[in-house]
Ligand binder design. Structure first.
Ligand SMILES: N=c1c2ncn([C@@H]3O[C@H](COP(=O)(O)OP(=O)(O)OP(=O)(O)O)[C@@H](O)[C@H]3O)c2ncn1[C@@H]1O[C@H](COP(=O)(O)O)[C@@H](O)[C@H]1O
Length: 87
């Protein structure tokens, strides 16, 4: 189990260290256009799960959306503080 901030720290490390076999490294190399499409795709899956599936399936889709949002943030060069200052 990990928090949003812990996942972001882990993905930041992936971006810096670029270990082989990392899905995040591949997603970052795909660029912001592909990263944005993944955000939209996962957002739609969250919506569909919320309307038609269980709470647990919805939670799983939300976790994937959070992951995709973090990848896009890293792709765009954003930090957590860049976002948190608007909350
Ligand atoms: N939380 C995630 C995570 N969520 C999603 N994904 C990636 O997203 C893929 C699924 O996306 P798809 O668009 O193919 O999903 P889909 O076909 O819509 O699948 P469903 O939504 O139908 O399940 C997975 O196979 C992973 O590659 C993730 N990849 C990595 N993480 C975490 O990120 C960290 C770093 O991972 P690595 O970079 O792989 O080391 C680790 O803590 C991982 O647990």
């Amino acid at each position: 189990m990990k928090t949003f901030d812990q996942l972001f720290a882990e993905l930041t490390q992936r971006q810096t260290e670029r270990p082989p076999g990392s899905a995040t490294v591949v997603a970052l190399d795909d660029g912001v256009h592909a990263q944005g499409k993944k955000v939209v795709e996962e957002a739609a899956e969250v919506w569909m799960a919320a309307e038609h599936e269980s709470a647990d399936r919805t939670a799983e889709e939300v976790s994937q959306l959070l992951y995709r949002v973090q990848v896009l943030m890293l792709g765009k060069g954003l930090t957590l503080d860049d976002v948190y200052r608007y909350l």
